[in-house]
Every structure is written in C-alpha cells, then in structure tokens.
Design a protein around this ligand. Structure first.
Ligand code: HEC
Ligand code: HEC
Length: 358
C-alpha cells in the first residue's frame, strides 16, 4: 500500500478508509484462488486499482418507488425550483443560490439567506444530486424528497411556513391545475418535495473527457490529465476517499480545513465526528469554486496545495485530521492533479428558465 509510506491516520479517527482498505484487501485475498488473472503479488502491487476502480458517471438517476420521475412532474419541479414564491418574502428561489449558469452553485464562499444573513456553509451544486447516497455537507438528509423542504422552512434560508406555502400555491390557478394533473391533489408540501426531487434527478451531467477516456477514447485526456489521474489513484492517495461514479465514497472525514463547524457531529452527536464532512463529489468541480464546506479555498490549485502542505497535524481539543499532508512529493504534481480535476466536467443539461404559473 504505497500511501501508508506518507499518509498516516491517528487512532481516534477510526480510519474508516483504512478499515475499508483492509477489508477490500482481505476480500481480494480470499478471492485470489478464484481469480485466474490475478496472481497474489499482482494484487499486492496495485491494491487501489482493484479496490477503487474509476467508473464513468451513470446517465440516469433512479427514483424511489413512491416518486417515479415523469415529464409532467419534472416540469412542475422546475417551475417550483425557480419560483421565489416558495420563500417567506417571495424574493428567494432555490435558483437564487443554486444558479444554473454557475453549475447550480453560486460562486461565493457562502450565500446570503433570509434577511441577508450570511450562511455558514458553501452552497454545493445540485448537479448529479440524484446519484448521491446522502445530502448536505453533514449528510443529514437521505433523500431529495426529505431534503427539499429543509431550505424552504429554514429561518436562515427561505424562511417559509409550509401551511402558508400550501395556501399560497393553492391560490395560483396554474399550480392548482398542475398539481391536480400530476398528483391528483391540491398543492401540498408532499407534492412540492416530490416535484423538486424529480426535477433535480434530471440534472445529470453529460460524459466528461474523463468518462470518455474511461470508455476507451484515449485522446479525450491530455497527457497532463493522465499523469494527474495516475497520481490521484496512486501516490497522492486521493482515490481512497474520492472514488466511485461521483468520485466520492460518501463517508465523512476531518481534513482540518476549519473547526468552527461541528459537521457530522451535528447528526451523530459524537465528539469524534466533530468537523468531519462528507467527501464531496468531484464531478464538474472546476465550475463550482470556491471550495470546501466553508468555501475558504478559492481555486482548485489552492485545494490541491492544501493537501500538499496545508493539512494541520492537530486541531483544537486534541482532534486530529483523518489524513496527513502529502510529503516527499514534488509540487509540480499539483498542476497535474489540477489538470485531472478539470477533466471531470461534463456538459450541464440545458434548462430553459420556466414561465411561472399565475
Ligand atoms: C440561501 C441559499 C440557498 C437556497 C435558497 C437553497 N439552497 Fe440548497 N443549499 C444551500 C447550502 C448552503 C447548502 C449546504 C447546506 C449544508 O450542507 O448544511 C445547500 C444544499 C443543498 C442540497 C444538497 C447538495 C449536497 O451536496 O448534498 C440540495 C439538493 C439543495 N441544496 C437543493 C435546494 C433546493 C431544492 C432549494 C429550494 C427549495 C434550495 N436548495 C434552496 C443554499 C441554498
Ligand atoms: C481522507 C479522505 C480524503 C482524501 C485522501 C482526499 N480528499 Fe478531497 N475531500 C475530502 C473531504 C472530506 C473534503 C471536504 C472537506 C471540508 O470541506 O472540510 C474534500 C474536498 C475536496 C475538494 C473540494 C471539493 C468541493 O466541492 O469543495 C477537492 C477538489 C478535493 N477534495 C480533491 C482531492 C484531491 C486532489 C486529493 C488528493 C490529493 C484528495 N481530495 C484527497 C476527503 C478526502
């Protein structure tokens, strides 16, 4: 395992990635007699490639049984996504913070919410969220249906009372008709949540140069991006947390970016989860600066440089980061990793701003 030469994790970190690595290694070892193509020393030489393969992005997001995606529901969800009447003051829509022209993020360290208050966390993209196993930086929502009503009600975001929202939407004939057609009911919170979820499930990005490369088009990536990809999978150890179709393992880690926000501990109540955040997807990451849960790093170069020399050894209260700074590496690698990260952008689906119902 070539990462352990320069990366160590502390005991208290629970080292989930290490644990998984061990698990995968054991699994591979146990399968070795069955694998005619993989002699044991081959497995030992390239454990990450086998354990964490790079995979292309699926081009469709599955929907739960009780909320199948239909064209009419997606249309309704699109209108709701762009409709400021979903907020308490009728001034803020989902698209105020998740801007289509900014890859459904907003280009700021953090957005201003209701009454102009600055939010604590950076606005993540809604692209590809239909493929996420959990939502928010701390993973506190499991489904898009559950997620949708949270910003609407949040007093620092859209600050809307759901009873009032139902009344307001029921006074708009266009919505009454559409809810009737799609759900057979008057406008209600369940329909709002389901339509917003259905719309967001359609926000899947087209294959990126990286996906095309994985599918066999060897000219899709520049030589630098290919070197960057090799570092990502190899010596730089990024793949350990950033793998799977989203380049995220869906787990929570403390990198020591900041200790002001309790992060995952807000959900689990566990001290050991303080300042841990979900590994973000790296899909279209070049379009969603600034970075990290607090938006504190401005460019991809800043992020990669952080991994090379910014990870602190120890944080407040004896909490230690779940990874350590890369050492013994050359700084010219930073450019290669950035070139790789830039190859992860696929075309954003075109969404014409809808005409809002009256
Ligand atoms: C005031 C700005 C703002 C508004 C308005 C807003 N969001 Fe967000 N959104 C955020 C921020 C900030 C986060 C991250 C919060 C966190 O992780 O705790 C987020 C997270 C999300 C996520 C999770 C993404 C991920 O990476 O897990 C989704 C999905 C989402 N918002 C959809 C919506 C929808 C749908 C609406 C409208 C009903 C909406 N947002 C309105 C700022 C906003
Ligand atoms: C131990 C797990 C882990 C490893 C190893 C790791 N990351 Fe991350 N990565 C994370 C987490 C967790 C965050 C979010 C941290 C935060 O906001 O506090 C993150 C954030 C990022 C971001 C910012 C994304 C955004 O939308 O804000 C980029 C880019 C990134 N990582 C690239 C890399 C690269 C390149 C490497 C290898 C040099 C790497 N990561 C290694 C877990 C990891």
């Amino acid at each position: 395992m070539n990462q352990s030469s320069h990366r160590q994790r502390s005991e208290d970190s629970q080292a989930p990635a290490c644990w998984r690595r061990t698990w995968f290694a054991l699994l591979l070892l146990s399968m070795a007699p069955l694998l005619c193509t993989a002699p044991l020393d081959g497995v030992a030489a390239a454990p990450q490639d086998d354990a964490f393969p790079l995979v292309p992005l699926p081009q469709e997001a599955g929907a739960p049984d009780d909320n199948p995606t239909t064209p009419a529901k997606v249309e309704l969800g699109k209108k709701l996504f762009f409709d400021p009447r979903l907020s308490g003051t009728n001034e803020m829509s989902c698209a105020t913070c998740h801007l289509p022209e900014k890859a459904y993020a907003d280009g700021r360290a953090s957005s201003a919410g209701a009454g102009g208050q600055q939010l604590e966390r950076n606005t993540p993209t809604c692209l590809n969220v239909g493929l996420y196993p959990s939502l928010f930086w701390d993973g506190r929502a499991e489904t898009l249906e559950e997620q949708a009503l949270i910003p609407i009600q949040s007093d620092v975001e859209m600050n809307q009372d759901l009873d009032e929202l139902e009344e307001e939407l029921s006074a708009i004939p266009g919505y009454v008709q559409e809810f009737q057609d799609v759900f057979g009911t008057k406008p209600d919170r369940h329909g709002v949540a389901k339509s917003l979820a259905a719309f967001q499930r359609t926000l899947i990005t087209k294959p990126s140069p990286f996906d095309k490369y994985l599918r066999g088009d060897k000219d899709a990536l520049s030589a630098d991006a290919i070197r960057g990809m090799e570092l990502f999978q190899g010596q730089a150890g990024c793949i350990e947390c950033h793998h799977g179709p989203l380049l995220s393992d869906g787990n929570y880690y403390r990198l020591g970016v900041s200790y002001r926000d309790d992060g995952r501990a807000k959900v689990t109540g566990k001290n050991q989860d303080k300042a841990r955040f979900r590994t973000p997807s790296l899909r279209n990451v070049a379009e969603t600066a600034p970075y990290m849960h607090d938006g504190s790093l401005e460019t991809l170069r800043d992020v990669v440089t952080f991994y090379y020399r910014g990870i602190p050894a120890v944080g407040p209260g004896g909490l230690t980061p779940d990874t350590s700074a890369l050492t013994g590496q050359s700084f010219s690698e930073i450019d290669l990793l950035v070139a790789f990260l830039e190859s992860l952008s696929g075309e954003v689906p075109v969404v014409e701003p809808p005409t809002l119902p009256r």
